[in-house]
Design a protein around this ligand. Structure first.
Ligand SMILES: [Zn+2]
Ligand SMILES: [Zn+2]
Length: 364
């Protein structure tokens, strides 16, 4: 851009110069693109001086405020911005909703702990890591479908933020008419109920029948290892209000549940783990639940398992199949534990796969 430097026209305090220069560069190019609208620049500068004057006039009052009020208005609070991220998929409006994160020392709970530790070191990531817990609201226009419900009150204060973030995104729990569980596990079905009461008063809950057949079965509970017993108890507690109200529905394997929503069986991590393939106007997105817990290692080496896997060998087979399919199909993936908002694509590599996070878009 040629033209007059705004700083040279009008004396301003040195600290104002960068801001004036920025305004000049973006707002004051004349229609011809060759000059600077000096008049508008000067008007803006007067405005800027007025703001300075008002700030100075208010300063004594701010100084006189009690110390605790001062703390309340300081810049830092120990929380992030509301955790939601919006995107469009054809005619559907998708909102990724964060339930928060859960600290996990992954080498302690994954196979090949040395490889896991080395991968985190190479990624400059501290351990324990904070695993994202992501849920997805699919607003089809006809239905408001929530995929997974987060941990509710089961995992402590770092999670259980789904409802706050749902409200921040402009929806209410009573707006949700359909809940699709990728599987029954505390961090996916735990948010269904708080204190024994249903959080989503109008929703029907859908899950592959193999999960309630396992997690709601006293015979399966009796035969399960000790470290899995708590999940049986929590599953009954959080699903029960929906069972009592006759609002639990099951499906069997691969099926089209609703227009634009197909189930994709991915058993192993739990018997009924299900991905949901969402499609509108030819655009597709797979919400795959717990196919990957740690992007740092499981794309490159899908054989690495986590101790929550009910059938580790079957979990590896499902992960291999899903990771192999994703690059061929080219669909967008939404992962429950991939760093929020957990959206991206899978790329096939010479050895294994890699995760390509989707770019942030500020105007959904
Ligand atoms: Zn799980
Ligand atoms: Zn999970």
């Amino acid at each position: 851009m040629t033209g007059v430097s705004t700083g040279a026209i009008d004396p301003v305090p040195p600290e104002d110069e960068p801001e004036i220069a920025r305004i000049g560069a973006f707002n004051h190019v004349s229609p011809s693109g060759k000059g600077v609208d000096v008049r508008r620049t000067m008007v803006l500068r007067k405005g800027a001086l007025l703001i300075v004057a008002v700030t100075v006039a208010m300063a004594p009052a701010a100084c006189a405020a009690p110390a605790d009020q001062g703390a309340a208005t300081s810049g830092w609070v120990d929380q992030q911005a509301p955790g939601f991220y919006r995107l469009r998929l054809g005619d559907f409006r998708i909102t990724v909703l964060s339930d928060g994160t859960a600290p996990r020392d992954l080498p302690m709970i994954m196979s090949k702990p040395d490889d896991v530790r080395a991968a985190f070191e190479a990624s400059h990531e501290a351990l324990p890591t904070e695993l994202s817990i992501n849920c997805f609201l699919v607003d089809t226009g006809a239905q408001k479908i929530l995929v997974d419900t987060g941990a509710g009150e089961l995992f402590g204060a770092t999670s259980g933020k789904l409802v706050d973030n749902l409200r921040a995104a402009g929806y209410r729990p009573e707006d949700v008419d359909t809940i699709l569980l990728t599987h029954i596990h505390g961090d996916h079905s735990g948010g269904l109920s708080i204190g024994g009461k249903a959080v989503f008063p109008n929703a029907r809950v859908y899950v592959d029948k193999d999960d309630p057949d396992y997690w709601l079965s006293s015979a399966a509970e009796a035969g399960a290892p000790a470290d899995r017993k708590m999940t049986f108890v929590q599953s009954r507690q959080t699903l029960d209000p929906y069972i009592q109200a006759d609002r639990l529905r099951t499906f069997d394997g691969e099926t089209e549940l609703f227009p634009g929503i197909r189930t994709v069986p991915e058993p192993g991590h739990t018997p009924g783990l299900t991905g949901y393939l969402v499609e509108s106007r030819g655009e597709r997105m797979l919400l795959w639940g717990d196919i990957v817990h740690a992007a740092e290692v499981q794309f490159r080496d899908p054989s690495i398992t986590v101790e929550y896997d009910v059938d580790p060998a079957q979990a590896v087979a499902s992960r291999m199949r899903m990771l192999g399919d994703a690059p061929k199909q080219g669909y967008l993936v939404g992962g429950a534990h991939l760093s929020f908002p957990g959206l991206g694509h899978v790329r096939a590599e010479q050895n294994g796969f890699s995760w390509v996070p989707a770019p942030y878009i500020g105007h959904p």
